[in-house]
Design a binder for this molecule. Structure first.
Ligand code: WTA
Length: 694
């Protein structure tokens, strides 16, 4: 555009507001003279270099710092990681960093193995002196304004108390504790209390059914369950304690259940097994010496869906996971130069039942001494303005959510946004699925005033924290691209045979070397860990995602290439939904695939074959839907159920999902070769049946 040639001197604050990534790059590249700056409004300015004060220079140096980090890693990877490990407080500082191997012969993931530390010390104790009276958790309940905040000191005290309660109930280092909780501070307290005494927590999303809860408790061998009387979501109550009671009929290894009062709703307490949180904590001492943990001691298990079988217990350990959540929080959401991390109010809307809630509601922010919001409600209650009303009221500065939420709220229209003053927000983030350009634009314009950078973070339960994401102020973004790997992260694209693809290309996304936040095993099944992630493309970790790299080297995640569906940013295994449907006595066989969905990203499309002589009906569809809800939870409810006379199978009996996917995507004309089918007629029948489903 036109250049205003009058030199202007800008102040640090103004510069910060202008930290458009392109601007930074322009300046860094042309250092040492007069620069033309674009402040995002299209007007260009000419600026003298000496107009920058120290703070401004430091901002420019973010890009340099990022480059320096990568260079340091390339020079001496272990030296780099040990230097980064200084971000944490260790009781014994490690002398070794990466001792991982993706090779079958000496397979294993190990980081900082001779170091010792405690996660709760890093998230709490080390902040007490400087930030004891600063809010750590800002709680916002289901009803607007229902909330409170806990300082680091208060959180420390509550964590110690609860750790003592766990101990008093016989929980020791290595024992598994299941959490089935609302999004309340007590959930974070319970997680940190486990970490303090070395117990391994396994958080189960409160939206999962008693069946799913029981499966997870049994698989990880939990002996202790933490829950609440009821949860509240969007004005509705969720019978958490009753669900636990139901789950424990099958999961009989649980000795105690501790129940916090959230709603005061009625629950039945079993004598000798069930304890009230408040009473137990009131009697507990408020100091508790932290357990010294080896870096490779387990921190938590979190279940996630894969291509086959039941959900896997993803195991993360102490040192590597904490470093990764700490480092990535700082790189992506850390304070601007000259500011303190507590100047920000960080809101990640994820539930702690998912990895995003672990890494960016609890561990990453608290380890950095940040102020983190815990929200126990939903985006559309009491109305679709809730997230914006709450952001404005609390003064949120960094907002991190999933594209599905953005799409859902965008549909409701701008009138839910405009009444709220969102000027406190300086940075936006997304996670969980690719973001479409329309949603990106809306988020950028309506929520970010066209000014805030959007940090699109690609990662997985397995990766512990973000791996591919722009560093604000240092990386020029492109809408829809997660941009570049963070320092020390080595993604590669490979073709179907595992051949690395160079330059601009599209293929399977793998990582060629370990990073500290990598999962260590599938709990109880190390062989499955190897098989699932390291056998497809030997010598690499296979993510299950496809990706494209453009001519500028930017990564664009295209979505799962395996049998995992991403429904509203939640992972769902097709096999899980199928086995739930198969349980119905009239169902002979079911096949489930993803289908495009405007808001959810992907919906669930089920092809259901009934026993000979049975007829599909609307009533049966209803029954099947509620069966899936009961077996897994509402998030797994099929959007479409089509009753079919047969499924497309190869002669060896394998279902050809490729065909079903095309049908579900409404691309019946692109099915391609069906000559390998045992009965090619099936496809015709499926096509004809498509008009009828609902
Ligand atoms: C998808 C959530 C595109 C991807 C942290 C991945 C994404 C799966 C992005 C992991 C993103 C996550 N862009 N796709 N920014 N972030 N995904 O384990 O398919 O619940 O494999 O972890 O979500 O989901 P998970």
């Amino acid at each position: 555009g036109t250049i205003d040639t009058t030199p202007v001197y800008i102040g640090a604050g103004q510069f910060a507001a202008w930290k458009h990534t392109q601007l930074i790059l322009d300046v860094v590249e042309g250092r040492g003279g007069m620069f033309s700056l674009d402040n995002g409004t299209g007007r260009r300015f000419l600026v003298r270099s000496r107009a920058y004060d120290e703070g401004e220079i430091a901002m420019l140096h973010r890009a340099d710092r990022l480059r320096a980090m990568q260079a340091a890693h390339d020079r001496d990877a272990d030296g780099f990681w040990l230097a980064e490990a200084r971000r944490l407080d260790w009781s014994v500082f490690p002398t070794r960093a990466d001792e991982s191997s993706f090779d079958k012969r000496d397979f294993g993931i190990r980081w900082f193995a001779d170091g010792e530390l405690n996660v709760s010390v890093n998230c709490l104790d080390r902040h007490l002196e400087a930030r004891g009276d600063q809010p750590a958790i800002v709680f916002e309940g289901d009803e607007p304004g229902e909330g409170r905040s806990l300082t680091y000191r208060a959180l420390h005290r509550e964590v110690c108390r609860f750790a003592n309660v766990l101990k008093a109930n016989g929980i020791a280092k290595g024992d598994r504790v299941a959490l089935y909780m609302p999004m309340v501070p007590e959930a974070a307290i319970a997680m940190l209390a486990c970490a303090r005494i070395g117990a391994v927590h396994s958080v189960v999303f409160g939206g999962f059914s008693p069946e799913s809860l029981a499966d997870r408790i049994i698989d990880c061998g939990a002996t202790f369950v933490v829950t609440a009387d009821e949860g509240t979501r969007g004005g509705k109550r969720i019978p958490l304690k009753a669900n636990v009671d139901c789950a424990l009929e099958r999961a009989s290894g649980v000795r105690s259940v501790i129940v916090m009062r959230r709603t005061g709703g009625p629950v039945s307490m079993r004598e000798g097994r069930d304890i009230w949180w408040e009473e137990a904590c009131a009697a507990a001492p408020d100091d508790c010496a932290p357990e010294a943990m080896h870096a490779e001691d387990p921190l938590f298990i979190l279940y996630t869906s894969g291509s086959t079988g039941k959900p896997k217990g993803v195991l993360h350990t102490t040192g590597g996971y904490l470093l990764w959540s700490t480092l990535t929080y700082d790189l992506l959401f850390g304070p601007e130069h000259g500011r303190d991390v507590s100047d920000d109010l960080f809101w990640c809307t994820a539930d702690i039942g998912w990895i995003t809630g672990h890494s960016y509601v609890v561990y990453g922010p608290l380890s950095n001494g940040a102020r983190t919001v815990m929200f126990d409600g939903v985006p559309n209650y009491p109305d679709p303005g809730r997230l914006w009303e709450t952001s404005a009221r609390l003064g949120v500065t960094i907002f991190y959510t999933a594209p599905t939420a953005i799409r859902a709220l965008m549909r409701e229209g701008d009138r839910w946004v405009t009444p709220h003053d969102l000027s406190s927000i300086r940075l936006l983030g997304t996670v969980g699925e690719p973001i479409n350009p329309e949603a990106w634009d809306w988020y950028h314009e309506r929520i970010g005033r066209g000014e805030c950078p959007i940090v699109d973070t690609w990662w997985q339960t397995e990766t512990g924290g973000a791996l591919i994401a722009p560093v604000p102020g240092a990386t020029a973004t492109k809408p829809g691209s997660a941009t570049f790997p963070l320092p020390g992260v080595s993604p590669e694209l490979v073709d179907g045979e595992g051949q690395a693809l160079a330059g601009a290309a599209e293929g399977n996304l793998v990582l060629t070397r370990s990073w500290p936040g990598q999962m260590r095993t599938v709990f109880g099944d190390h062989e499955r860990f190897f098989q699932t992630y390291f056998s497809t493309f030997p010598g690499t970790y296979f993510t299950g995602d496809g990706a494209r790299r453009d001519a500028d080297g930017y990564f664009w995640i295209t979505g799962r290439v395996d049998d995992v569906i991403n429904v509203s940013g939640h992972r769902m295994g097709t096999a899980e939904v199928e086995s739930a449907l198969d349980m119905h006595k009239l169902v002979s066989e079911a096949a489930v695939v993803g289908m495009p969905h405007d808001v959810k990203g992907q919906g669930i499309y089920a092809f259901v074959m009934l026993n000979a002589g049975e007829e599909g009906s609307e009533a049966l569809r209803k029954e099947l839907r509620s069966l899936v809800r009961k077996e897994i939870g509402p998030i797994a409810t099929p959007d479409v159920i089509q009753f079919v006379p047969g499924l497309p199978k190869t002669r060896s009996g394998k279902i050809m999902r490729r065909i079903l996917r095309k049908l579900a995507e409404g691309q019946a004309d692109q099915i391609g070769d069906i000559s390998t089918l045992a009965d090619p007629m099936v496809v015709q029948q499926l096509r004809e049946g498509m008009s009828e489903p609902s």
